[in-house]
Design a protein around this ligand. Sequence first.
Ligand code: ZN
Length: 237
Amino acid sequence: MMTPQPEYIDGNGFIAEVIRTPRIKSADVRVEDGAVSIVVPKSLDCARISKILVDKRQWIKSKIALHRDTSPVSAKDYVSGESFPYLGRNYRLKVHRGHFKPVKLLQGRLVVTVPNGSEQPDMIRNALVRWYKHHAEMKLQEKTNRYASIIGEEPTAMGIKSFKSRWGSCSAKGKIDFNWKIILAPNSIVDYVVVHELCHLIHHDHSPLFWKQVEKVVPDYLACKEWLKVNANLLSL
Ligand SMILES: [Zn+2]
């Protein structure tokens, strides 16, 4: 199935992702993790979308500022040459100036194009977050499918979230959610987190039986747990 190319609008100080859906009648602006998106009816034209963003500008800017003020200070400057981990490998960032273009992995580099202005670091960070979330969804779905067949339990649904202090969760109804930031970790660690949550479909606790189940699939799970404890602070953008 082809997924439509994402569409972006420069909101003058922020970049909004446009999500078109036949399911709604009026536009809905969201600011999640400091990133702006606007959900609109399928055929709404760009001029109309821009107008909505202008009307909501104050509200959007205050949401972005709130996110910035409540987030831990990033160690990153979001400039060319900085490296960002993805599945345990480091990729260098390459920033171009110009009309916004989302992050792409090209020849081992994370390439992004953003307009000039003081909001550049925010825009670059948001573009990276979108790239990571998108890849998290694909990779975690893939790994969930693979390990679900090994363990013999299927989750009722799978999603990604922005958890503050956990890597995954499994609800009583069998829905599994993962923290998208886990894909900054090496593959073996991501696999452990996937197996951990899937094993909760069998044991909804951290009992010795639960850990036995995890160990069957990930024999070195203790080392993975330890790695996560020690390196958690590296898994951020
Ligand atoms: Zn658990």
